[in-house]
Design a protein around this ligand. Structure first.
Ligand code: TYD
Ligand code: MG
Length: 451
């Protein structure tokens, strides 16, 4: 008999090797390379010449328009790209206790009113789940529960019950009889997910998988799962721990980086419908060093307060501390502010904070950050009814950013009366209640905002 083949896989990056390493040669992580038993491939005989597969043109492929199902939670639907697609596999990741089971149970209760739902838990007893479901107080329909961890049994049960939606909590507790590895190991997680994905595609059942996050903050075996799963969502908590942020990391049916905001209450996760209000703090009177930027999160605008503090530095090297954006970007903006705005910050510590714990990945925050720093430097408050967005270039020019129109609409919706924006983002028609100040250079923006 041939010896079973053994491979070594890195649980961080998913790279495969023929031997063991203490440090993964691909991603450099330590102690992540684990031994994996390789299932013997069927039909892989040597010298197989291959068979022709039928091919079709785009026009020949019929696409049925399948209605998406609503989870009953608007923010969740939006993160999924407009509801749950039949036959899709959605992974919900996050730290223990963040609310994965809660939000899925809420969604399961709601979905069961229109379609069969099977909720399989390998983590909690049926009594615990029932208690929680009662406490959530969501009306239910055809909702069935099972406590099971063996994937083959889960699939057999689902084949018999034919639910439209299957929830598996969690993928780390699942095991398949195919391979000899403990539950939660990379190969078990991957095989279990592959089985469930095949079942979803074959039966049209939408599958939700819960995935825990490892100590380093990654889903166990994230890379090995990502390519087989349609939607990967992560639940994070806001730094003050009051809110839960649901983010689509990958979505085959919608926009990525779509953000849903929730609050954890005694009756489950409640959506926060107007998150712009969350990241804004209205001050009684204008404060120096505070500006309002219009950022873009996923597919919608978000108003965020940018705070800056400029203080005399007593150290050898002045400090540049930022929360919520890249530090190098701030250093660059300070250089541009000096060269093209006439504001020198050497000899000063500069602190910048984006209120509400939001993180910005786009350059549209540049203008708001520059305005906040300039205001902190001069001690003159910016007008309280003004918002900023735009990228600042090294030559001191203000460059356009995508989605200018919806950003302006969001500012107007929240009662702002003036927007300082890149000249190329000037709206084609005047906007009701909002004065738009198009600027081409940083110096112009500073002059406009601090007359
Ligand atoms: P849970 O959904 O079990 O987390 P996960 O499945 O991600 O591990 O959430 C557990 C936490 O949520 C726990 O600390 C209690 C809290 N919670 C509420 O505050 N209100 C509720 O209605 C529920 C069900 C849980
Ligand atoms: Mg749980």
């Amino acid at each position: 008999m041939a010896r079973p083949k053994v491979a070594y896989l890195c649980s961080e990056c998913g790279a495969a090797f023929g031997k063991w390493f203490g440090q993964c040669p691909e991603c450099g992580s330590w102690n992540t390379v684990q031994e994996q038993a390789v299932p013997v491939a069927a039909g892989g005989a040597a010298g197989y010449a291959g068979q022709r597969t039928p091919v079709r043109s785009l026009a020949q492929i019929a696409v049925a328009k399948t209605p998406r199902r609503s989870t009953g939670i608007g923010e969740f639907d939006r993160v999924l790209g407009g509801g749950l697609v039949p036959g899709s596999v959605v992974l919900i990741g996050g730290d223990p206790g963040i609310g994965k089971s809660t939000v899925l149970l809420q969604a399961a209760c709601h979905l069961s009113r229109e379609a069969g739902v099977l909720y399989v838990s390998g983590e909690e007893s049926l009594e615990q789940i029932a208690l929680r479901a009662r406490r959530l107080g969501v009306a239910t329909g055809r909702l069935l529960f099972a406590a099971e961890t063996v994937v083959e049994n889960i699939i057999a049960t689902a084949e018999a019950e034919r639910p439209a939606v299957l929830v598996v909590d969690s993928i780390q507790t699942c095991q398949t009889a195919d391979i000899q590895a403990p539950p939660g190991s990379v190969s078990q997680v991957r095989e279990a997910a592959a089985h469930l994905t095949r079942f979803a595609k074959g039966s049209g059942t939408a599958v939700f998988l819960v995935g825990h996050v490892t100590k380093s903050g990654d889903l166990a075996g994230p890379r090995v799962l990502e390519h087989i799963i349609d939607v990967v969502c992560a639940i994070e908590s806001s730094p003050d721990n009051r809110y839960r942020l649901l983010r689509a990391v990958k979505n085959r049916f919608g926009a990525v980086n779509e953000l849903g905001v929730f609050a954890m209450t005694d009756r489950g996760m409640r959506e926060v419908r107007n998150p712009s209000a969350l990241f804004l703090s209205r001050h009684e009177e204008p404060l120096a060093g505070s500006s309002i930027g219009v950022l873009w999160e996923g597919s919608r605008p978000l108003l965020v307060e940018v705070q800056a503090l400029v203080d005399e530095s007593y150290g050898e090297h002045p400090r540049r501390i930022v929360m919520g954006m890249e530090q190098n970007r701030l250093v660059m903006l300070l250089a541009v502010l000096h060269k093209h705005g006439g504001l020198a910050t050497f000899g000063h510590d500069v602190f910048v904070n984006l209120a509400g714990g939001i993180r910005v990945g786009e350059t549209a925050a540049d203008l708001a950050v520059a305005a906040a720093v300039a205001s902190a430097m001069t001690g003159r408050p910016l007008p309280a009814d003004t918002v900023f967005f735009g990228e600042v270039g090294l030559a001191g020019e203000v460059r356009p950013v995508p989605n200018g129109q919806p950003r302006l609409a969001e500012a107007a919706k929240h009662g702002f009366r003036c927007a300082v924006v890149p000249a190329a983002n000037r709206p084609p028609r005047p906007m009701k209640g909002l004065t738009v100040r198009p600027v081409a250079r940083l110096a112009e923006a500073l002059a406009v905002s601090q007359p």
